[in-house]
Design a protein. Structure first.
Length: 248
């Protein structure tokens, strides 16, 4: 069974909603201290209100795209506030569907800011030896099946997610010398506020016919992330696991 102690601190981005909220709550339930980051104070408070051990949940309201270059210093400041981190779950992200003929560079840059540059700069900050607990520390980022098997309309989003998993593979080889592990998961449809608010009707219809066990739930993704953060996966690094009900 996976369990943590309250001196094992985990940063969770996107902790205010969907998969990130589920990861934060499960880490907390299993005994870890969670530093949950999100933009919406109200949604962060809502997550904490659901926590089994709210005294071990610490909230940080922040837009991760407002100063991307400053993110490594931000992670260091979090360490100075809370102590060294055992791990980090990079769950913040946005989804957009737009075909090539509607490709817009400034929109694409916004997507790359939160789906690629922000998690990469958070990883750079975490890799600082002054910030992490060293051997056994772990990072898990949420990439997407769109970064592997791109469907129509995912020109930008799929590109950002493919870039993220490729960069984190390279990073895993670099930080491996410190005993730090980095893995990605690549889900297909998980039922969250994101998939409800930006539905891609064509993909949803295809998925509803093809997914043997229906759409994924947040806990389907969170359980995999927790495993990859825990020492039960201590021999696993540099991987990008597909969670797609066997579809692709
Ligand atoms: N759901 C799926 O089917 C699916 C499939 C593949 C991959 N993914 C990936 O999984 C991750 C989580 O998605 P989800 O479905 O759980 O989405 P969600 O429910 O919409 O949650 C997104 C989270 O990201 C945070 N966020 C967005 N922009 C931010 C910014 N600029 N600064 C800080 N935080 C920001 C949000 O914070 P606020 O609530 O405070 O705005 C929220 O906590 C994303 O990276 C997504 O690309 C999802």
């Amino acid at each position: 069974m996976i369990s943590f102690t309250s001196d094992q601190r985990y940063i969770v981005t996107g902790a205010s909603s969907g998969i990130g909220e589920s990861v934060a709550l499960l880490l907390n339930e299993l005994g870890a201290a969670v530093i949950g980051i999100g933009r919406s104070r109200e949604r962060l408070d809502g997550m904490k209100a659901k926590a089994k051990y709210p005294e071990n949940v610490f909230l940080e309201q922040k837009d991760l795209t407002e100063d991307i270059e400053g993110l490594p210093a931000y992670v260091k400041a979090l360490k100075d506030k809370y102590g060294k981190f055992q791990g980090m779950a990079l769950c913040a992200g946005i989804g957009r569907t737009a075909p090539l003929n509607a490709f817009d560079l400034s929109e694409a840059r916004k997507i790359f800011d939160i789906d690629y540059f922000a998690p990469l700069m958070m990883t750079k900050g975490f890799a600082d030896r002054r910030v992490n607990t060293g051997r056994g520390a772990a990072i898990v980022a949420i990439s997407s099946i769109a970064g592997i098997s791109c469907e129509k309309g995912l020109v930008t989003y799929g590109g950002a997610k493919a870039a993220l998993s490729a960069s984190l593979k390279a990073a895993s080889r670099e930080v491996g010398t410190q005993g730090i592990r980095i893995n990605c998961i690549s889900p297909s449809f998980i039922n969250t506020p994101m998939t409800q608010s930006t539905p891609n009707e064509e993909l949803l219809e295809k998925a509803s016919k093809e997914y043997l066990f229906g759409f994924g739930t947040v806990s389907d993704a969170a359980n995999m992330i927790i495993f990859l953060l825990s020492d039960k996966s201590k021999w696993i690094t540099g991987q990008n696991y597909i969670l797609d009900c066997g579809t692709y």
